[in-house]
Design a protein around this ligand. Structure first.
Ligand code: COA
Length: 164
């Protein structure tokens, strides 16, 4: 069974992430989308909330599992019996950092391959921080994140402002 892990922060999951999840689920027997816990980034959504959002948007993809991890990614892959890391590449600016990460992960465990998928051009400008900023300024999130989680994001912003 070919198992791949798609790691990231997913704070929140965007249509760009979902595009990569759907396409990789057609290539692998199982795709585990996994949220890094204890990231240095100050998140908008807790890990539990991000797990819920990811489960909501992937519920129709039967070979996609949603999980979280801490520590080294290569150790997590071993634990899950996976040998492939999936990453989305949006622009040349992603390349240098991703190249370094892929080489480091391969050095830590030579059995691990990183597979890069080109993010669909219509999402190449998208990032979770852009979505967070737009949401906090009251902008429209249509076509940027899956429809079913738009209310969750607006609610989060409202609560953060101390609203009902
Ligand atoms: N569509 C939209 N946005 C995308 C995207 C896509 N297809 N692909 C990436 N992004 C965005 C994310 O939304 C995120 O945006 P933000 O910074 O505005 O929030 C940004 O790209 C970075 O992606 P992120 O999901 O945060 O992942 P990352 O590249 O920072 O890496 C891990 C996260 C989990 C893969 C990495 O930190 C890791 O492996 N950590 C574990 C420790 C370890 O093993 N380190 C390696 C050896 S030392």
């Amino acid at each position: 069974m070919k198992i791949a892990v798609y790691p990231g922060s997913f704070d929140p999951v965007t249509n760009g992430h979902l595009d990569i999840i759907e396409r990789s689920s057609r290539i692998f027997d199982k795709v585990i989308v996994s949220i890094l816990k204890n990231s240095s980034k100050a998140p908008m959504f807790s890990v539990e909330e991000r797990l819920t959002l990811l489960r909501k948007v992937t519920r129709n993809l039967s070979n996609v599992e949603v999980d979280s991890f801490s520590g080294l990614l290569v150790n997590y892959l071993k634990q899950k019996e996976a040998e492939v890391i999936i990453k989305g590449l949006r622009a040349v600016s992603d390349f240098e950092y991703e190249f370094q990460m892929a080489l480091m992960n391969n050095k830590l465990n030579p059995k691990i391959e990183t597979l890069f998928m080109m993010t669909s051009s219509k999402y190449s400008y998208l990032s979770s921080s852009i979505v967070r900023e737009l949401a906090s300024l009251g902008g429209c999130l249509k076509e940027l994140v899956p429809e079913e989680i738009i209310p969750d994001i607006h609610n989060k912003v409202r609560h953060a402002r101390g609203g009902a």
